[in-house]
Design a protein around this ligand. Structure first.
Ligand code: 5GP
Length: 117
């Protein structure tokens, strides 16, 4: 049985340009594009080009790509939301993950609340 986490997702299609997206950054290892339902003036997603379905599936060999995703999120966040921003990774059902392709949300451009509830 194919687990739901292994199915093709909309982000697989965005990655190969088979689905449209507002791509704001791309290099050999990752891609960033604006969220289709932004929760703040700045809201984009950073994904690896090698598919990982969710954070809990990362292995030791994924350490380098995780670092890379954080570096790209930091660089883009700093330039697009200079007054501050937040990174979010939703994992699994209780984490409200809806797309099973690992992504870092970068949210900013307004005063955020903490705790987010
Ligand atoms: P999750 O809850 O899985 O962390 O968040 C998935 C995010 O992907 C949501 O914020 C949702 O708005 C965004 N999203 C879902 N479908 C699409 C799409 O087709 N294009 C873009 N750009 N974002 C999407």
């Amino acid at each position: 049985k194919i687990r739901s986490q292994n199915k093709s997702t909309i982000f697989d299609k965005i990655l190969v340009k088979q689905a449209p997206a507002d791509i704001i950054y791309e290099d050999e290892l990752c891609m960033a594009f604006n969220d289709i339902h932004p929760q703040a003036p700045v809201h984009f997603l950073v994904i690896p080009k090698t598919k990982i379905p969710m954070l809990e599936k990362v292995s030791k060999s994924d350490g380098q790509i995780l670092g890379k995703l954080l570096m790209v999120a930091k660089e883009l966040g700093r330039s697009r939301a200079p007054d501050g921003f937040r990174l979010v990774i939703n994992n699994g059902r209780h984490g409200c993950q809806s797309v099973y392709y690992l992504h870092i949300h970068v949210i900013g451009g307004r005063q955020l609340k903490w705790p987010p509830t």
